[in-house]
Design a protein around this ligand. Structure first.
Ligand SMILES: C[S@@+](CC[C@H](N)C(=O)[O-])C[C@H]1O[C@@H](n2cnc3c(N)ncnc32)[C@H](O)[C@@H]1O
Length: 467
């Protein structure tokens, strides 16, 4: 084997860096907690009236149809919410508010597209039982770790053990048998990093502790993988962009993992302290948002943010983490095919135009079909899958219970695809009644461009199951 660069890491430097980060965030928290009057009406630069809410959303916040809200979140990475990045993740204040507004302690809540479990964490902290369904084994793994409280003393012991192992790293300690093999591995990662990652994973697996603590450490491990790969850190797709000239140095994986452990253990300790006993959270395997195997009328509330058509390719986003954690070895196609919104479709499916039976949606699907039959089929299939999901959720909800869906729009081949409107129409066909709908605006501050490019709007649809 060729000689490898190897730089020992300094724990003191890493600890000082993490302490500085905590100090900065702590100071911000105090200021953030100050304003009590946190709901204000403002007019944006496009002349639109917006209700701005800073931090916690009051449970009884008045809502009228088509109101526009600007929710400013201060909680994105508190407790276990911040253990791992996840595309299109809820900001915690939103499910916290909706759960308190539309359910009570002891109720049972379902999130049929649970992703990284923001709904389930908030349900748990608010003493509601919950179920999270996600077809991705990687997502279910992160989700389970984020809702599982751990013992503080055990965490502290493991922290010291693992940090000592990191300091004692040497490339020669790594056995090739511990290195997973997966497509294009040596393009995604530098050789030094591959060895460091294999070493860290092996250290976690051989640690003398319980499986829950090991899983927590694996999530810390997973959280640094993209940043030490050669792929762009800030893109939902996993891609190497030569022009970014990303530099990854030897020992970056060791250093970043140590940082993740030091940052995440206090978050896990805080979460575990606040976590109530006797509240169940389940992430069942072999379930799908289109096939929810629970009895009729089981749930008191459903709350979710589904994927969008033709938007985030979740298996591709998490491919490196999925390979390192051992949830896949080769092709990602079987995982992709299970996703609502998937682009993995066969040519025979889009030979003909498929329509969903909702006038506005069908007009857009037809326009897309004239430019790109494949994309038209992807859009159609997305709505068909969402219709199936609406039917399934309708079945498992109790009468008068609500299904709250947070969904935005996107563009497909230049055509605006107004997901939220089509989902309302499909929900009404299934038997739901639209109680109200309102918007949550996400404003990108950094660019001067037209409104539709500066503001992303998520629509919050409150649907009620009527008999
Ligand atoms: C927008 S994300 C949810 C994010 C989540 N609200 C959070 O805060 O982390 C959508 C999720 O739907 C999942 N998904 C896609 N197709 C699915 C299906 N057929 N059944 C269940 N989950 C699915 C994806 O894996 C992804 O995790």
């Amino acid at each position: 084997m060729q000689a490898l660069n190897y730089y020992p890491i300094s724990l003191d430097e890493i600890k000082a860096k993490v302490a500085k980060k905590f100090k900065r965030n702590g100071a911000q928290k105090l200021e953030d907690n100050e304003p009590l009057d946190n709901v204000k009406e403002i007019v944006n630069e496009f002349g639109e009236k917006i209700i701005r809410v800073d931090g916690e959303i009051p449970v009884d916040l008045p809502i009228n149809n088509e109101d526009r809200f600007l929710f400013i979140s201060y909680d994105q990475s508190s407790l276990t919410h911040g253990l791992h990045k996840y595309p299109a993740k809820f900001f915690p204040e939103l499910p916290r508010w909706l759960i308190k507004r539309y359910s009570k302690e002891g109720d049972l809540i379902i999130d049929p597209f649970s992703g990284s479990a923001t709904t389930n964490i908030e349900a748990l902290l608010a003493k509601r039982h919950s179920v999270g369904i996600d077809v991705s084994p990687f997502s279910r793994f992160i989700a389970k770790v984020k809702v599982t409280p751990l013992d503080k003393t055990e965490l502290e012991i493991c922290k010291n053990k693992i940090l000592r192992l990191l300091v004692n790293y040497h490339p020669e300690k790594v056995s090739v048998d511990d290195i997973p093999s997966f497509p294009y591995r040596d393009n995604w990662f530098n050789r030094e990093i591959i060895l460091e990652l294999a070493y860290i994973k092996n250290c976690i697996e051989n640690l003398d502790t319980n499986e829950d603590v090991k899983d927590f450490l694996k999530v810390c491990f997973s959280s640094i993988i993209r940043s030490v790969s050669n792929a762009d850190d800030n893109c939902t797709r996993t891609v190497i962009r030569k022009k970014l000239n990303k530099v990854v140095n030897p020992s970056d994986a060791l250093r970043k993992f140590a940082e993740a452990v030091l940052t995440n253990i206090p978050k896990m300790i805080d979460f575990s302290r606040l976590c109530p006993n006797n509240i169940n959270v389940t992430f069942p395997e072999n379930m799908d948002a289109r096939n929810i195997k629970y009895k009729k009328e089981t749930f008191d509330l459903a709350l979710t943010s589904p994927p969008y058509a033709n938007a985030v390719d979740y298996p591709r986003t998490h491919q490196l983490e999925t390979y390192w954690l051992g949830f896949a070895q080769g092709s990602l196609t079987p995982l992709k095919k299970k996703q609502v919104g998937t682009e993995s479709v066969s040519a025979k499916d889009y030979k003909e135009l498929h329509l969903i039976g909702v006038k506005e949606a069908d007009e857009v699907i037809t326009k897309i079909y004239n430019k790109d039959p494949r994309r038209a089929y992807i859009a159609y299939k997305y709505l068909k899958d969402m219709q199936k999901n609406l039917e399934e959720v309708y079945k498992v909800l109790k009468f008068n219970a609500r299904y709250i869906i947070v969904v935005g729009n996107n563009r497909i081949r230049g055509e605006v695809f107004e997901n939220w409107k089509y989902i309302i129409a499909l929900a009404e066909k299934v038997g739901f009644k639209l109680e109200n709908y309102f918007a949550s605006e996400i404003i990108k501050h950094f660019i001067k461009v037209p409104r539709e490019e500066r503001i992303d709007t998520d629509w919050i649809l409150v649907l009620t199951k009527r008999g």
